[in-house]
Design a protein around this ligand. Structure first.
Ligand SMILES: NC(=O)c1ccc[n+]([C@@H]2O[C@H](COP(=O)([O-])OP(=O)(O)OC[C@H]3O[C@@H](n4cnc5c(N)ncnc54)[C@H](OP(=O)(O)O)[C@@H]3O)[C@@H](O)[C@H]2O)c1
Length: 243
């Protein structure tokens, strides 16, 4: 399969690229910034898999960049089989001092929504035509357990709002594809990848990103069977998540 993974420079995105290549897929690895030291691991993968890996410059909040990347892939391949919207940001700490209503940093809230929610919609907008050309299209939006409504807790406020919005966006496009494009047999999931030991997740880590990547490919390739679900919010092991 040929798939696009966003936020591929590190963390879960990088592991999804690595494992995808090891499993024989062709991968389009989209990164916010393809310059600099941070790209060393991805460039090493490019050396090991020169034909199967393509690196794309793509800040998911930059419509021009995303459109240019999609145009290039359209001309070269004419389709993609899967899209993993993985790029994400978390600017908050578990304990934020102050009053979470009165002291909320609006720039931080906007930026969080811009990447985690709007960015997902931007990538879907420009790559959906390529997915329409696949025989087995799949969209996996990496959201979070933080995205469900809960009667307890107020930490990670902006992040949780953005992931809840990303879940809603995912549900809406899933409903559209079910209702209007059933013949394409799309699979659409919103996925909690587990509490991973990455730059973002180290505060609460329980698993390594490699384990999450393994689970995500089990689901993507159908080795892990997911029964039809009205609300396809699952974790990396395919277990239903509360929403
Ligand atoms: N870690 C966890 O415990 C956990 C739990 C639940 C959900 N998640 C979700 O899992 C996904 C991956 O998280 P992670 O733990 O791997 O985080 P991470 O290590 O912080 O990596 C985030 C990735 O997103 C990229 N990114 C950020 N802003 C971007 C933008 N505007 N355009 C394109 N790429 C951008 C980063 O690129 P740069 O290198 O350029 O910054 C980086 O590659 C995220 O969606 C996150 O919300 C993580």
């Amino acid at each position: 399969m040929l798939g696009l993974i966003t936020g591929a420079s590190r963390g879960l995105g990088l592991e999804l690229v690595r494992l995808g290549l090891e499993q024989g897929h062709s991968i389009l690895a989209a990164c916010r910034n393809i310059e600099g030291k941070r790209m060393a691991q991805l460039l090493a993968l490019k050396t090991a898999y020169p034909d199967a890996l393509e690196i794309l410059q793509m800040d998911v909040t930059n419509e021009v960049e995303v459109k240019n990347a999609a145009d290039r892939i359209w001309k070269k391949y004419g389709h993609i089989d899967f899209l993993i919207n993985n790029a994400g940001v978390l600017f908050e700490k578990m304990q934020t001092p102050g009053d979470c209503i009165r002291d909320l940093d609006m720039d931080m809230l906007r930026k969080t929504l811009e990447v985690n929610m709007v960015g997902t919609a931007v990538v879907c907008k420009y790559f959906i035509e390529l997915l329409y050309r696949s025989a087995c299209p799949c969209i996996m939006n990496i959201t979070s357990e933080a995205g469900h409504l809960s009667p307890n807790g107020y930490n990670y406020l902006a992040y949780s709002v953005s992931k809840h919005a990303a879940n809603m966006y995912t549900q809406k496009i899933r409903n559209y594809l079910e209702e209007e494009k059933k013949e394409l047999h799309f699979r659409v999931y919103m996925i909690h990848p587990g509490r991973m030991d990455t730059v973002m997740g180290k505060e609460n880590a329980e698993i390594q990103p490699e384990e999450a990547a393994e689970g995500i490919y089990e689901i993507l390739t159908g080795r892990k069977k997911i029964p039809p679900m009205e609300i396809p919010f699952i974790d990396y092991k395919g277990r239903p998540m509360p929403y």
